[in-house]
Design a protein around this ligand. Sequence first.
Ligand SMILES: *Cc1c(COP(=O)(O)O)cnc(C)c1O
Length: 375
Amino acid sequence: MHPRVLAAMAQPLVGHLDPAFIALMEETKGLLRRVFQTENTLTLPISGTGSAGLEACVVNLVEPGDEVVIGVNGVFGTRLVDVATRAGATVVKADAPWGEIVPDDVLAAAIARARRPKVVVLVHAETSTGVWQPLDEASRLAHAAGALFVVDCVTSLGGCPVGIDRLQIDAAYSGTQKCLSCPPGLSPITFGAGAIAALRARTHPVQSWYLDLGMIERYWSEERVYHHTAPISMNYALYEALRLVLEEGLEARFGRHRLNHEALVAGLEALGLEMAVAAPHRLWMLNSVRIPEDVDDAAVRRTLLETEGIEIGGGLGPLKGRTWRIGLMGESSTRVKVLRLLAALERTLPKHGMAVAEGAGVAAGERVYAQADGR
Ligand SMILES: *Cc1c(COP(=O)(O)O)cnc(C)c1O
């Protein structure tokens, strides 16, 4: 967290209908539109973490019996299937191996298997695997089938372009604690005209009372009708975090995430480690690395945490024990952190049976920065 975000959370509380809070709500919607790169008026933070935004998109757009096509190549696609199934959807999966993208032809085949898909959902940045899903052709395929195109932007928002309007994404959700560098607790969502039309045309009430966008919207619009108490301090934090994103500038922020990713990859490869995702589909903010044979996954992560004060993630699902996941999100995507991790790995890996050329990782990372600095 940037210290300004933490300071915002410590500000005195006001009521959820206080004019000062209402002004902050309006500004937050505007800031969110700029970060989502959209003109959508229905853009607001849902109370709850990213999964609340996921569930809000599903339950507001899906009615019992609707067909939903979901790209499944990691934890979050799997979660979407669970949520959509609970909402009464008939789910058609576009499956791909974990660690790979969902290819356009696989998505097209899944859309073709459905009779009248209402919604097509993809995860833009699969945090469980480090895969960056291309969206251009998928958006076209969804719309050609008459479906709404919905995207999970939890990890991508604020770290790489999401381009809601450019890609004609009908609805998207995100979270605060990934590249927005804000504590967990809110889930920004955006709904375009097509998604709003689907919402208004519903014949069944939204399954979740708490996440009913029609009701939440009345509180976040001019009407100001109480629905549930807004988490005041969390909204202070998000407001400040969004201001920081825009002060840096989206392009500069994306460039920073990209550069730190490139330096990290160069360093890891110089140490003899291999990335787990093919080069064109690697996320900048979540770097998946193959764990070398004979190296103890948990022991390395424990030494990094206890001796070096650095936490990296383990693999999930079929990648458990096979990959490490290194987050470089928002405030933590910095040159200092990349170089510190590389130095820490140079000390840690030999303790766990992997010989590395001392200094090679940091030197390779430094070279990437030197080149970017024009040195
Ligand atoms: C983190 C994450 C979520 C869920 O967010 P929570 O804040 O943990 O509820 C959903 N999708 C993706 C891609 C994520 O990375």
